[in-house]
Ligand binder design. Sequence first.
Ligand SMILES: *Cc1c(COP(=O)(O)O)cnc(C)c1O
Length: 364
Amino acid sequence: MSGAGRNRPVPRFSGALSSGYHSPQLEVAVRLNTNEAPEPPPREFVAALSAAVDKLALNRYPDRRATGLRAALADQHGVGADQIFCANGSNEVIQSLLLAYGGPGRSCVVFEPTYALHSHIARLTSTTIVEGERDAGYLIAPSELAATLARAAAVGEGEPAIVFLCSPNNPTGLIEPDETVAAVLAAAPGLVVVDEAYVQFARRSVLELVGGNENLVVLRTFSKTWSLAGLRLGYAIGAPDVVEACFEAALPYHLDAVQQEAGILAVGFSAAMDARVARLVAGRARVLAGLATLGLDATPSESNFILFSTGDRDAHAVWEGLVARSVLIRDLSGWPRLGGHLRVTIGTPEENDAFLAALAEVLG
Ligand SMILES: *Cc1c(COP(=O)(O)O)cnc(C)c1O
């Protein structure tokens, strides 16, 4: 018999059957939907990177432990290099953490609404997700924290392996208050992962708590502040044990030589990045004021995006009206808990003005 007839589709692993993560990429003039930096990285950085790539021995495998990059980041943050794990975006850091600490019979906790990738990657690693609900102000009430941890303790092996926080939270832009972080650290038996992808736009970070808390892991990325989303570089700062667990879970040589070189060089351009952040924070104030002028209710963001409600106007129709004017923002109105809401990324002054002008027309 020949091998003919083998055309049944192979059933997919059920965990992969979720809808996944999609932000439609339409051809538009003004793209404010994925929280990227509007400016390219500094020209001097790109020139230095080209020169460095020219010298790389690409026939060789990269440094598996990313020694130089971890040392540069450790220096920048005043921590030990053994406290840093780098990967392909903070998304791969999240995956490594879930592979190392999650899995069948284990649970993780998220407080919705929050960054969809925490639960999406948990699902891919067969980690049970226990969802807590944020209150009307998008914060975590102490009673909800206790109730959610109790529910997680009843799952599988008991006790959540990871509690995810996001500060500033995507999509609300709010930081987790100090009391919340302290309460979670006190109550959570497993790892507490604080995703700080946007922290440079915020008043404060929880990084200084890492030294005193073996269970705290802080996530950072080059994707937003550093104008380097295309590079796919993120990292965790945590206890050396956690870093080693991540190394074991990641594929060997997962971080390529160019990424490592680019990360090392980027750290040398901190001042240029700070200037970019300052421009975006100014843009954020301008967009917040513009939304208020249009009579729209916006969440006071500490990030490079703003969540706002379209009030009695249909949010999806407003989003479509903006697309018709070549402005793409994020339509969250179909998401649980976010009915009537849209999210706009802060762009260049011209892009911000184009967004506000188009929005005024749509609402007009
Ligand atoms: C954009 C974003 C990231 C970035 O992920 P990368 O994989 O580093 O690009 C991480 N966390 C949150 C909350 C984000 O919004």
